[in-house]
Design a binder for this molecule. Structure first.
Ligand SMILES: [Cu+2]
Length: 253
């Protein structure tokens, strides 16, 4: 009897172990992310865009990423729409991202800039591909971001739009044939991806946490605000395409 119980226990344990391995394996097949995903205000931060898988079985040949510019972005506080500007919460958003030149993953790369010359995103591509079973990472640095001391902002979470490109197509074919993996907020842009598709409306998040010791919340703030920032459709449409030497190379015009 005891032997039966014991063997049952062992079987249960090993089943649990197999389930655990399954979970661990799935988490390796993660989505494309920024790491670290959360940074502390007031401190420069070394980050990577980490590309974690191809488009189906197609390897990634390039990547394009757009940060909300805070100009016409959609802002919510604790989930409620907020109509004021981003500068109510962060004093120096704009031009805080800089790309490191590093050709170990792709041959070409550059920043994307708005009319004022502020970096709004970057792209990398060409040369070798990232094997679909390996990770690739694109290094960038964010300079110190400052949360407005008078504000009640505790966290500011940016929904960053990223596209991992596996096949260069025109706009019409962008959602077919595993051409692109989109990690974009579904804001109504041309780069929303397919509803119900892989990681639909699953952007890359980048969060700035208030340094509550250096920059404590004003007493009137109660628990503080979680601020969420999503780019406008117009900005994603404008900034997502890749320009190379003055010519748009993706999507094909
Ligand atoms: Cu994924």
């Amino acid at each position: 009897m005891q032997v039966i119980l014991l063997s049952r226990l062992i079987i249960q344990r090993s089943l649990a172990f197999i389930v655990l391995i399954g979970i661990a394996y799935q988490s390796v097949q993660a989505h494309t992310v920024i790491e670290p995903a959360q940074i502390t205000e007031g401190k420069k931060s070394e980050n990577y865009l980490v590309i974690t898988h191809g488009c189906g079985d197609n390897p990634v040949i390039g990547s394009s990423i757009v940060f909300p510019d805070g100009v016409d972005s959609t802002i919510t506080t604790n989930g409620n729409p907020y109509s004021g500007p981003l500068s109510d919460f962060v004093t120096n958003w704009g031009n805080v991202i800089q790309l490191y030149q590093d050709r170990s993953v792709f041959n070409e790369q550059d920043t994307k800039r708005d009319a004022l010359g502020n970096v709004t995103g970057f792209w990398a591509g060409g040369g070798r591909t990232i094997a679909s079973h390996l990770f690739g990472r694109i290094a960038f640095v964010s300079s110190a971001i400052t949360i407005k001391p008078e504000s009640c902002a505790k966290t500011i979470r940016f929904a960053v739009a990223a596209a991992d490109i596996c096949k260069i197509t025109g706009m019409n074919d962008i959602n077919s044939d595993n051409a692109v993996s989109f990690w974009t907020p579904a804001v109504g842009s041309k780069y929303d991806g397919t509803p119900g598709g892989h990681a639909f409306d699953f952007p890359v998040f980048f969060t700035v946490n208030r340094d509550l010791e250096v920059n404590p919340l004003p007493e009137s703030c109660n628990v503080g605000l979680n601020v969420s920032v999503r780019p406008s459709a117009a900005q994603v449409d404008r900034d997502m395409p890749i320009q190379f030497n003055g010519t748009q190379v993706w999507p094909q015009p």
